[in-house]
Write a protein that binds this ligand. Structure first.
Ligand code: AMP
Length: 209
């Protein structure tokens, strides 16, 4: 009997671009993932199932082996820390940049810079490496609002076209890292299910090319 494999995916722009890749690797969900309320989906391959979770939870499911593999943005992976998993393939989907952003014409404060972000780990590390002391303000969304209402001096967020920043009068300032989605694999699965996992990773890698 073929080894069971579970792949963790998240709804949204990453899913829309991941499904065609999986289809090229021979894996197609039996139901429509976008319209269904189900969280577990059978696929055209009897031994492979998909689970649909929040994007920030994908690395956690893979870390603990609840999913053998997953697709997550580099931003989510870097914020998670990567314990218990391997990053195997750059899927080159949902590319963007993580940047600091603020008002171009506003002088930086002499006291501690206030930075609003949903990426506290990455932000702390970025400023630590530069020896800059900052006060972190953790938010869960709409970061662009924080400098506008004076909650923070700058933000750390993902920038694609730059339109969201521009619409709020903000400018991208410093580049932190390039982002794209990655295929991640649970460390134990790679050992215990080596052959089927390697085979599937290879097929997805080929689909990307
Ligand atoms: P944009 O206006 O095109 O620069 O897009 C910026 C907005 O979209 C911000 O709210 C970002 O958090 C979000 N965003 C941009 N690219 C991505 C991505 N690849 N994954 C998730 N969110 C993104």
């Amino acid at each position: 009997m073929a080894t069971e494999l579970t792949i963790a995916l998240a709804k949204g722009r990453i899913l829309d671009e991941t499904l065609p890749l999986l289809a090229r690797a021979g894996i197609e969900p039996v139901d429509d993932l976008n319209s269904s309320r189900k969280l577990v989906f059978a696929t055209s391959q009897a031994n492979i199932k998909l689970v649909l979770i929040r994007s920030a939870d994908v690395p956690t499911y893979v870390q603990y082996g609840a999913a053998d593999m997953g697709v997550a943005g580099k931003d989510v992976l870097a914020e998670h820390g990567g314990e218990g998993l391997y990053e195997r393939v750059d899927l080159k989907i949902a590319p963007c940049r993580m940047m600091t952003a603020g008002f171009a014409d506003r002088p930086m404060p002499r006291t501690r810079l206030k930075v609003a972000t949903k990426y506290p780990r990455i932000t702390r590390q970025f400023f630590l490496e530069q020896g800059r002391q900052v006060e972190l303000i953790k938010l869960y969304g709409s970061m662009e609002l924080a400098p506008v209402v004076g909650l923070a001096d700058i933000i750390v967020d993902l920038v694609d076209t730059g339109n969201t920043l521009k619409a709020n009068g903000l400018t991208p300032l410093e580049h932190i890292m390039d982002i794209s989605s990655r295929l991640i694999v649970n460390r134990a699965s790679l050992k215990m299910k080596n052959q089927p996992v390697k085979e599937l990773v290879g097929k997805i890698e080929k689909a990307v090319k």
